[in-house]
Write a protein that binds this ligand. Structure first.
Ligand code: IPM
Ligand code: MG
Length: 373
């Protein structure tokens, strides 16, 4: 198939990890006979430096005209939180402009990496969860005000915004263990009380085959460490999802391993590792590219409908980890490029027609399966 992929490396280690995912996508194209046109564009701090805007018009247009977006990371000390134009605004605007309201963040534990996690091995056995984070609402996008003596961040959710993201969680749950945990702070927040009501109704009416439990976010934060294997699909609002997924990454051994997909109403999706730009290690060639490479696998599965190719990447990453190609965050000394090359090699070592095992069930379908047609 032919596809156009917008490649937005961003700042810090972003371009370094994205480069390896691009190389893997090129290898997929030649191995499986596809034509992927990868087009690079600026975003974040790099775009501020070049154009004054964290999301230049040309970048947004390229994304709109593409089938999928591969994204690295943005931000850094050079563009501090006190600045009025900040790199993060580029990513938030991109999510909002493209209507990418559902952020899917799977967390699994590779048995080989159990030692990389600070948790006891027995807690990690059987961990296989996915967080569906609402991505274009809540306090991230509410009204903001600032005076000399006061600051204000508003948090709003509409029924529609909650319904559509809960449906994504329900469809995902159906391809898995059919257990949904909805996370809120309904003992304090009005938006959370609405969240709870709407979630209960959508699951009862549309996903009666799934079980639903409501959990307060503080308790969920604790349960994620105490009984992580008990979770299947977690659905939650924007900021809780941001915080809980950084926490959940500790289960996998390193935040550098975790991919994500941001989906909207169609097939266009944005795929990025959940980690940040790590300015402290940028430019040294030691960042972990596996989370970005796994994001490229999600890109193939959800936006391009290439489940077999996605599974081939996932199997190749597992093989590279099994072979001990570990970056510094995983206790090894492999470079970013060596990790990317190991994935490509592992993929080329298998004939394309050979079935490959996947950590991420193929029955999860493509982006359009998450939405009403
Ligand atoms: C993430 C990041 C972003 C967020 C930042 C960079 C704006 O932390 O994708 O989790 O908070 O959504
Ligand atoms: Mg985050």
């Amino acid at each position: 198939m032919k596809a156009r992929i917008a490649v937005l490396g961003g700042d810090g280690i972003g371009p370094e990890v994205v480069r390896e995912a691009s190389v893997v996508l090129d290898a997929v194209a030649s191995h499986f006979g596809h034509a992927f046109e990868q087009v690079e564009a600026l975003v974040g701090g790099a775009a501020i430096d070049a154009t004054g805007s964290p999301l230049p018009r040309g970048t947004l247009e390229l994304c709109r005209e593409s089938d999928a977006i591969l994204f690295g990371a943005i931000g850094g000390p050079k563009w501090g939180p006190e600045a009025t134009v900040r790199p993060e605004q580029g990513l938030l605007a991109l999510r909002k402009e493209l209507g990418l309201f559902a952020n899917i963040r799977p967390v699994t534990v590779n048995p080989r990496l159990i030692a990389a996690s600070p948790l006891k091995p027995e807690r990690l056995a059987g961990v296989d969860l996915v967080v569906v984070r609402e991505l274009t609402g809540g306090i991230y996008f509410g009204e903001k005000r600032r005076t000399a003596t006061e600051a204000f961040d508003g948090c709003t959710y509409t029924v529609d915004e909650i319904e559509r993201v809960v449906r994504v969680a329900g469809r995902l749950a159906r391809g898995r263990r059919r257990h949904i945990t909805s996370v809120d702070k309904a003992n304090v927040l009005e938006t959370s009380r609405l969240w709870r009501e709407v979630t209960a109704r959508v699951v009862a009416d549309e996903f009666p085959d799934c079980t639903l439990v409501h959990q307060l976010v503080d308790s969920c934060a604790m349960q994620l460490i105490q009984h992580p294997a008990a979770f299947d699909v977690i659905v939650t609002e924007n900021m809780f999802g941001d915080i809980l997924t950084d926490e959940a990454s500790v289960l996998a051994g390193s935040i550098g391993l975790l991919p994500s997909a941001s989906l909207g109403g169609g097939r266009l999706g944005l795929y990025e590792p959940i980690h940040g730009s790590a300015p402290d290690i940028a430019g040294r060639g030691i960042a972990n590219p596996y989370g970005t490479i796994m994001s490229a696998a999600m890109l193939l599965r959800f936006s391009l409908g290439l489940a077999r190719e996605a599974a081939a990447i996932e199997a190749a990453v597992a093989a590279a980890l099994d072979a001990g190609v570990l970056t510094a965050d995983l206790g090894g000394s492999a470079s970013t490029a060596a990790a990317g090359a190991a994935v490509v090699q592992a993929m080329l070592d298998r004939p394309p027609e050979m079935g490959t095992a996947s950590d991420f069930p193929a029955e999860m379908g493509t982006a359009s399966d998450f939405h009403e047609s």
